[in-house]
Design a protein around this ligand. Sequence first.
Ligand code: HEM
Ligand SMILES: *[C@@H]1O[C@H](CO)[C@@H](O)[C@H](O)[C@H]1NC(C)=O
Ligand SMILES: *[C@@H]1O[C@H](CO)[C@@H](O)[C@H](O)[C@H]1NC(C)=O
Ligand SMILES: CC(=O)N[C@H]1CO[C@H](CO)[C@@H](O)[C@@H]1O
Length: 330
Amino acid sequence: MGRFINLPVLLSFSLGFCLFPDTISAQLRQNYYASSCPNVESIVRKAVAKIFKKTFVTVPATLRLFFHDCFVQGCDASVMIASSGGNKAEKDHPDNLSLAGDGFDTVIKAKAAVDAVPSCRNKVSCADIMAMATRDVIALSGGPSYAVELGRLDGLNSTAASVNGKLPQSSFNLNQLNSMFAANGLSQPEMIALSAAHTVGFSHCSKFSNRIYGFDRQNSVELAMNRTYATQLQQVCPKNVDPRIAINMDPDTPKIFVNAYFKNLQNGQGLLTSDQVLFTDLRSRPTVNGWATNSQAFNQAFVTAMTKLGRVGVKTGPNGDIRTNCAAFN
Ligand code: HEM
Ligand SMILES: *[C@@H]1O[C@H](CO)[C@@H](O)[C@H](O)[C@H]1NC(C)=O
Ligand SMILES: *[C@@H]1O[C@H](CO)[C@@H](O)[C@H](O)[C@H]1NC(C)=O
Ligand SMILES: CC(=O)N[C@H]1CO[C@H](CO)[C@@H](O)[C@@H]1O
């Protein structure tokens, strides 16, 4: 499909992007597809529920895929593009941190289900399908459900280089976490709420082995690890561990999306430095304590934060399109 854009219009768009980088949310709204594909949400939900019945891994995989997509060039499904020829795409940056294939698979299957309905064919963006699928996996695993905003276009660029410095590292302290989330329009409480996504899913031993073998170091976050927990982790993650081994990030309820994440932090059972620091740093501890005891307040904060995450760097107009294949540009 050709796009005809006259120069003045294009210029005013780019100016808008310069003034408000990454925070454009103008076109997003609920029921965006009410006339073009009215049943899109139930089609996606049905497809996702079918995958969920086969494998729980779709939950953490889809949720993390959405996060990584949004933090690198916005929520535009650029993370799904496969590398081709000389171009190394986002998903092949080392920081894709072993995104599980199940997340990609979930979006592709949901897209196929949407496109199987003739009137919906090629009407719904991969970015929006990812946002809907993410909402659905959260609800399916016991988390809060929410009305999802739609109207994103799929991005036209995906490079491994664009990932550099855009994703948080497991070693981050509170200042580093805050500044990276602030760059995406997210506050400290929103960052804390979103971190609770680590109530589901896996981490490879390399992401925390410094913590379980590093007690001799003068690092308060490492010292804050529960010794019983650290000993248990040493059993599954010996020093020369097979790099393929991954373990549950929530030791007690790894398949339920709940505020247990915050109770774990209170017990020194945060797996990553970036998790435990939310409790050890006194500036964020009150929020952790509040949500550890009030799951309703946490759910509400999480929904607000997810909605804001979904607005990051949204593409509209000439800056995006609707891909026929989520893994390739049209
Ligand atoms: C706050 C800063 C964050 C850091 C430093 C961080 C880092 C990590 C790391 C190191 C892993 C383990 C990856 C591996 O070893 O394979 C992980 C897993 C995961 N992260 Fe985060 N993350 C952060 C925030 C988030 C957010 C905001 C979300 C979603 C809203 C999220 C969702 C997930 C999920 C669901 C997994 C499990 C993936 C799986 O089992 O396949 N994370 N994260
Ligand atoms: C993004 O993709 C478009 C369309 O393929 C291209 O014209 C543009 O130069 C790309 N932008 C960057 C920053 O690579
Ligand atoms: C360590 O974790 C256990 C729960 O597994 C908890 O009962 C205990 O209080 C924790 N210890 C500390 C020092 O937080
Ligand atoms: C799921 C996925 O695409 N993983 C890739 C992440 O990046 C490494 C290279 O850094 C690839 O080997 C993986 O295939």
